[in-house]
Write a protein that binds this ligand. Structure first.
Ligand SMILES: [Zn+2]
Ligand SMILES: [Zn+2]
Length: 143
């Protein structure tokens, strides 16, 4: 239902905060969210769809991530692990990402448990985000 929202994800670490959106790899015809994934001590670049509620991702082949596997996520710029937001219903960690401007999204680290689908930590943040996007669109039209 929120397929039309594009998430401008950033590193959640305050001393970094860099945008994770990259043009290098497109998922769903839009720039993707670049992260580092780690499984069994092997790391590789992973590109998640930046569309809200979209499960697609371009995964590092060398990690051979299978459905049910739990991975760790790191920022490609500061190298720090993404902070844990919560435990998922599947018992894996959920990590969170910042959104440019304000707000947070979280996702489960287990593949095929929606792990590359980002959701807002609370629905008021989603509403605030949608309002902001609307305002920005309007501002663009008027300028
Ligand atoms: Zn970072
Ligand atoms: Zn899960």
């Amino acid at each position: 239902m929120h397929r039309t929202i594009h998430i401008p994800a950033c590193c959640p670490h305050k001393d970094c905060g860099k945008s994770l959106i990259t043009d290098k790899v497109k998922v769903g015809r839009r720039p993707s969210v670049h992260l580092i994934a780690e499984k069994d001590g092997v790391r590789g670049d992973i590109y998640l769809s930046s569309w809200y509620d979209d499960f697609r991702a371009v995964e590092p082949e060398e990690l051979n991530i299978r459905p049910g596997d739990v991975v760790k996520f790191f920022c490609p710029y500061c190298g720090k692990e993404l902070p844990v937001a919560d435990k998922c219903a599947c018992k894996a960690d959920m990590v969170w990402l910042a959104i440019e401007g304000d707000g947070r999204v979280r996702m489960c680290c287990r593949k095929s448990c929606h792990y590359h689908s980002m959701e807002f930590v609370d629905s008021t943040e989603l509403l605030a985000f949608m309002e902001r996007m609307k305002r920005e669109k309007k501002a663009k039209k008027e300028s």
